[in-house]
Ligand binder design. Structure first.
Ligand SMILES: [Zn+2]
Length: 398
């Protein structure tokens, strides 16, 4: 992996300088941008300048909710120290010296219908507005991503796994440790000393989000979250920028094409590269499995199909390939169990119907085998092996 040194913010010298500041003439971090722009003196040409700065009516480009909330707080801090027309040019912070003044501010604030993410608690605290009604702020996907990062950072693997969308399945199938081993061994995750939320994006349907972190001012890490039963779960982790999320399917295709042309050396190179980026992708594990099948290393193929299956329990092709290896190795009970699991997900999967039937024929469970084969052939009349199996079965049943 090639690592280019990232540019640091020239103001704080600790965070990443993610944006160019027109006032300063160099790159700065979003926190320092907020400190600067809250005074409304930024040039309008800068896309981050404050478009409207009335209290609670903030309009400004932000790369994340965290940035927006931080900007709101900075705006509040600015607002409370400046004479306000609405209070006949009195300064809110001095108004709070009298209970009458406090009441005026509370009345003013209470008239707003406030977006729940607005940190009203900040004003309440700063101005000691004891009677101001403040609702608790809802937990956002960024909060979840931050908690998740915190657990990665402190190596609390059990907690890390509890954020994953497949956790319930892993728990019930005793597979949690497998994911932990995978994550704990990752080179970038092992090295996390500091992390900063840089940006986030939400889909139009508001059910999927990407949250992008800088790690140690050196690496990029993106967390892909999905809203499942009203709670945000981590679907996958990408060692890279959020743009890479969209190129995953293209990357998969590149590997698939190389394998179909039997260009195994090149496929190996790409698989190595992409598995270092898409570290929790079931697809690349699946293609590693195919790769090792092509170069006839069944042991490794088996390992990777199993990994793909664990990462995505609904991945029928991966499960089938794993089951087939068990079948070939005469691990018939395991193979049968897996074939049955596949048929629960995909009741007409032809290869599975046929293979399971062939095991059942050997076990002399003819009736069930016949049912499976007939079902298989009904939807796939060209499936020769299934037809041969049915003929064999019919002879046996005579
Ligand atoms: Zn900075």
């Amino acid at each position: 992996m090639k690592i280019f040194k990232k540019k640091k913010c020239k103001i704080c010298k600790t965070k990443i300088g993610t944006r160019f500041c027109m006032r300063k003439g160099y790159n700065i971090c979003w926190e320092d941008c907020n400190i600067l722009r809250v005074d409304e003196k930024c040039p309008h040409e800068c896309e981050y300048h404050l478009q409207s700065s009335e209290i609670m009516q903030l309009k400004a480009k932000s790369d994340s909710q965290m940035e927006y909330i931080d900007l709101l707080k900075k705006q509040m801090a600015f607002w409370i120290n400046k004479p306000q027309k609405i209070f006949n040019d009195q300064i809110p912070i001095t108004m709070t010296e009298s209970s009458e003044g406090k009441k005026k501010i509370e009345e003013f604030l209470n008239q707003y219908k406030i977006n729940p993410i607005v940190p009203l608690y900040y004003l309440k605290e700063r101005l000691s507005l004891d009677d101001l009604k403040v609702y608790s702020t809802p937990e956002t996907y960024e909060d979840i991503a931050l908690e998740f990062m915190q657990h990665l950072y402190t190596n609390e693997w059990g907690k890390v796994t509890s954020f994953m969308s497949n956790n319930e399945y892993w728990k019930s199938h005793d597979l949690k440790d497998n994911f932990i081993t995978r994550i704990a061994a990752n080179k970038v995750i092992k090295k996390i000393n500091s992390f900063d939320l840089i940006s986030s994006a939400l889909t139009k349907e508001r059910d999927q989000a990407l949250v992008y972190f800088d790690i140690n001012c050196k690496y990029d890490l993106t967390i892909d979250l999905q809203l499942i039963n009203n709670s945000w779960k981590v679907k996958s982790i990408i060692i890279g920028k959020p743009e890479l999320y969209n190129s995953e399917s293209e990357a998969i295709q590149q590997v698939a094409i190389l394998l179909s042309k039997n260009e195994t050396t090149k496929a190996n190179e790409l698989l190595t590269k992409y598995s270092n980026i898409y570290i929790s992708s079931s697809d690349f594990e699946y293609y590693w499995g195919l790769y090792y099948t092509f170069i006839k290393n069944q042991k490794k193929a088996e390992h990777h199909f199993l990994q793909a299956m664990i990462l995505d329990p609904a991945f029928v092709e991966a499960k089938y390939n794993y089951a087939f290896i068990q079948h070939s190795n005469k691990e018939l009970e395991t193979a049968k169990k897996l074939y049955n699991e596949i048929l629960e997900e995909a009741p007409n999967e032809p290869k599975t119907l046929n293979n399971l039937a062939s095991i059942l024929i050997d076990e002399k469970n003819y009736e069930k085998a016949e049912k499976l084969l007939k079902n298989c052939i009904k939807n796939n009349p060209e499936f020769e092996i299934a037809k041969q199996n049915l003929e064999r079965l019919e002879k046996l049943m005579k």
